[in-house]
Design a protein around this ligand. Sequence first.
Ligand code: RET
Length: 282
Amino acid sequence: MAADAAAVAQLWQPLELTQPEVYEQVQDDFLLNLSFWANIALAGISILVFLYMGRNLENSKSKLIFVATLMVPLVSISSYTGLASGLTISFLEMPPGHALAGEEVLTMWGRYLTWALSTPMILLALGLLAGTNLTKLFTAITADIAMCVTGLAAALTVSSHGLRWFWYFLSCTFFLVVLYILLVEWPKDAEAAGTAEIFNLLKILTVVMWLGYPIVWGLGAEGLAVLEAVWITSWAYSVLDIVAKYIFAFLLLNWLVSNESIISEFGWSADTGAGAATPADD
Ligand code: RET
């Protein structure tokens, strides 16, 4: 009798995996594990290459662009180490209404968390390159952080299926703000700053790649579960990351080291944009 009760109690307990158990699951899925380690290796190589590339920069704004760009693979190597060790992965039971309702879905929430640190660095570098003003930079970065945090909330909400999607659309709304600044505001600033050519290349790369993330979320196990195998979702994010982070950063730094003279020194304020007249010296 007592043994029966214990068995029933065990059956009703939520499946809470310990960190070593999550780690074991990651180890057992070769392709999933590879999607993490490929990025750890690429981030490591990128850090070394970028440090070498930026060694002779002199102008203070160029140096800030460099530091922001270097932070991207630095955050990334930490993010992927968190995933590979099972620290930032949880198995979450999907709520009724979800395609995998009642099932435990592997959720790589560490990705969303660390995007809140890496994507602002990308936008800081792009905004400085475009010679934008503080107001637009602040708006782009805060909307971007809000996008990542609400995306994290979408992934972690298990109380209601509807609310998962509500978070998702909130995140998309913040994303629209970022897209507007990238596509409408900064190109004008970059034109005035003389950096339009490289800015437009990086803008296209960024917009196209970044659009991939909400699509993968929507199709992956956390969303509509069209892509059910978790390693496919993970590889999709990993490939997007490779282009949106390391290739993006390489192109930016490669341009910067040979065109440093185009980047003006600091001299912007909250209400003047690139190319605005410098206040008279009186
Ligand atoms: C989520 C889901 C909710 C809706 C939206 C999303 C957008 C994510 C983006 C991520 C970009 C990440 C990058 C990381 C580099 O380190 C959170 C997937 C809109 C755009 C570039």
